[in-house]
Design a protein around this ligand. Structure first.
Ligand SMILES: C[S@@+](CC[C@H](N)C(=O)[O-])C[C@H]1O[C@@H](n2cnc3c(N)ncnc32)[C@H](O)[C@@H]1O
Length: 342
């Protein structure tokens, strides 16, 4: 039986589906790793050490050392981000796929990105391949997904396919742009997702200088953000209970799933477009507004009076339309916004 979705926006629908699809995979991983029997405080300490190592770029063999911590805390986030981006790709881009088309997931880790792709494209029965250099992570990805996982350094491989997925793996390479350019030659689409940091944004923008502006999230427009400014998605999410417990033990205050992304495709068009929200609703100094992007140019959309209507329903990444006056350069004051896809 198909689930009925009450959500009305594209972003909400993709997030709702993602949260639902994650649960069985996460439960399976919890069982394989016997996480119920693992002391929670010890796990939280390992997540803290792993987060510090990732932020400082001192990665070493983090997958080998912290596989349980990675799975408990980062696997759900990797799955949700990938699901969201691929779901958007299917809904916004005019692309057709043959049955059994090839998706290669480069740096698959314990399989979050591979499983998200398996879910989003399940109706087309794609041929999935994960590539991973860490044997413990590779084994878990294989066990969870039942798919073929290739062991080795993907920057040294030449693989072909329709979609090349790189979720939090491109920035781990010594020469990320060189590898991305090689993958672009051998795939129709390149999907790059990185953490929502300035470095993630700058990696995708450097890629855009070589491949042209990404279709998603930018609609194929060149980004006109000023020097020192950067952009990322910030979406509400539903995480598994174990991840939430770790989050509160660590006092991480994870409120939004934050990430940067770029979807580059050859011979593809947009089915719909408009103004792209690039922040959740912001309330400060008596003003209620969204940061948004209009043909690559950063703008601000302020609500006249109290937040209502579309302002209360919209999420970061929604595509919207509005009518209103420009009260100062790039600042619009409006009665309401209309969310596309409603
Ligand atoms: C941060 S994890 C992301 C895993 C997964 N894509 C996700 O979204 O959860 C990055 C993974 O890429 C793998 N990796 C990094 N460089 C690699 C390379 N050159 N060849 C193969 N795997 C690589 C790492 O071992 C790690 O498992």
């Amino acid at each position: 039986m198909r689930t009925q979705y009450s959500s009305s926006t594209l972003t909400e629908e993709c997030l709702e589906r993602a949260g639902e699809a994650l649960i069985p995979w996460f439960q399976k991983g919890e069982e394989v790793l016997d996480l119920e029997a693992y002391p929670l405080k010890k796990l939280a300490k390992e997540v803290a050490e792993l987060s510090t190592a990732l932020i400082k770029g001192k990665r070493g063999d983090y997958m080998g050392k912290y596989l349980r911590a990675y799975f408990s805390y980062f696997f759900p986030q990797g799955f949700l981000k990938t699901y969201f981006v691929l779901c958007e790709m299917r809904k916004i881009l005019d692309l057709s796929w043959e049955e059994n088309f090839k998706i290669n997931d480069f740096g698959t880790g314990p399989g979050a990105s591979l499983l998200a792709a398996k879910e989003v494209f399940s109706d087309l029965n794609p041929s999935l391949l994960g590539i991973e250099k860490n044997k413990k992570a590779l084994e878990l990805a294989g066990m969870l997904s039942g798919e073929r996982i290739l062991w080795g350094d993907f920057s040294k491989m030449t693989l072909q396919g329709e979609i090349a997925l790189l979720v939090s793996s491109l920035s781990e390479l010594r020469f990320p742009l060189k590898t991305a350019a090689k993958l672009w030659k051998n795939h129709r689409c390149l999907v790059v997702i990185e953490p929502g940091w300035a470095q993630g944004y700058s990696l995708i923008m450097n890629l855009a200088k070589r491949l042209g502006p990404p279709l998603l999230p930018c609609g194929g427009h060149r980004c006109k953000l000023g020097e020192g400014d950067w952009c990322h998605a910030a979406l509400p999410f539903s995480l598994p209970p174990l991840t939430l417990r770790l989050n509160s033990l660590l006092r991480h205050k994870l409120k939004y799933l934050k990430f940067t992304y770029g979807v580059f495709c050859k011979n593809a068009k947009l089915k719909t477009w408009g103004i792209r929200l690039r922040s959740p609703l912001i309330k400060e100094k008596g003003k209620t507004y969204f940061l948004a992007c209009w043909k690559g140019k950063p703008i601000r959309i302020e609500q006249r009076g109290k937040a209502k209507g579309g302002f209360l329903r919209a999420n970061c990444c929604d595509i919207v339309e509005f009518e209103g006056e420009e009260i100062s350069p790039a600042v619009f004051r409006v009665e309401d916004i209309k969310i596309k896809g409603l």
